[in-house]
Write a protein that binds this ligand. Sequence first.
Ligand code: HEC
Ligand code: HEC
Length: 294
Amino acid sequence: MAKFRALAAASLTFLLMAQEPPVPAAGTGRGAGRGGGRGASGAAGRSPDKFSQFIRPLASQDVLVRGKSLYEGNCASCHAADMRGVAGKGNNLLRSAIAMDDQHGELITANLAKHNPPLNLVAADGVAVSEYIHGVLATMGAQGSPPGRNPVGLNLTVLVGDPQAGKVYFDAHCASCHSITGDLKGIGSKYASPIALQNAWVAGSAGAGGRGGRKATVTLQNGQKIEGTLVREDDFLVVLTLADGTRRAMSIENGWPKVDVADPQAAHKKMVLELDDPHDKNMHDVTAYLATLK
Ligand code: HEC
Ligand code: HEC
C-alpha cells in the first residue's frame, strides 16, 4: 500500500509537471477567473486583489494537504488535477462561480450532492476539499505574481511541508550521497518551480534526460571488465564508448559478456518505493527544505 501511494504520488508529480498549462497571454490571466470572464475584457478594470479568493485566509496546511488528496481521489478524474476540467467529464473549477463564491465548503458540498451520481463526502472532507480548491484559486495570478504567469498555482500545494522536518529527513536519508554545500548547493534556485524541484529529487535527475549516456560495465567471460558509456544494448550486441572516445562493439552469445548498466536514478527509485509516506509528508517536507536552499 505504502509503495503504491508513494509511486502514485511520484507519478502524479510528473503528470502535473507535464501538464503545466501554457502561459496565457499577458493581461488575461489575472481576472480570467470570476464568473467565467474570459480574455482581456473579463479582466478589465478589476483588481484581483479585491476578490475574496485573494484576500481570504488560507486554511491550515494539514487541511490543504488532506483536501489535496481528497481532490485527487474524488474529483481529479473529471475536473483534472490542475482543475481546468476534463473535456466531456467535468468543467473548469478555476472559472467556477460556485467555487469562487463558496466560503468554507457550503456551496461546493451542496453542489456535490447535485452531481450525477451524487458525491457524498463527510462534512469535514467537503470542507477540506473546498479549502484546497480555494488554496489553488488564491494563487491564480494573485498579488505579487506577474499577470498570467501563475497558471494554476499548484506550487502552493507542493510547498506545504515543514522545512525543519525536511532537514532532519535529508540528513538521515540523503546526506550520504548529497551535500547542501556541494552538489546540491543552491538547489532551491535551480528549478523554476517547487513542482520541478520535487520532480527532480523524487526522480533523482535534472529531468529532460540531458545528462549524457548511462555508464555501463561489460564483464567478459575471462573476467576482464570494460567500462564505458552505453551506446546500444540489445539481446545480441552491446556497444560502448570508451574513456578515450573510441567505440567498442561486442556480440553477446550464451549470456556473455555480462552487461551492467548503472542507473543513476536507481537510488531515487528505490527511495520512492521505500518511502513509507501515506500522506506524502516526508516528500513535502523534503521539498520544503530543498526550496530554502537558495
Ligand atoms: C464523474 C465526474 C465528476 C466528478 C468525480 C466530480 N465532478 Fe464536479 N462536476 C462534474 C460535472 C459534469 C459538473 C457540471 C455539472 C453541471 O453544472 O451540469 C460538475 C460541477 C462541479 C462544480 C460546479 C461548477 C460550476 O461552477 O458550475 C463544482 C464546484 C464541482 N463540480 C466540484 C467537484 C468536487 C469538489 C468534486 C470532488 C469531491 C467533484 N466535483 C467531482 C463532474 C464531476
Ligand atoms: C545512494 C545515493 C543517493 C541517495 C541516498 C540520494 N540521492 Fe539524490 N541523486 C543521486 C544521484 C547519483 C543523482 C544524479 C542522477 C543523475 O545524474 O541524473 C541524484 C540526483 C538528485 C537530485 C537532482 C540534482 C540536480 O542537480 O538537479 C536531487 C535534487 C536529489 N538527488 C535529491 C535527493 C534527496 C532529497 C535525497 C534524499 C531524500 C536523495 N537525493 C538521496 C544519488 C542519491
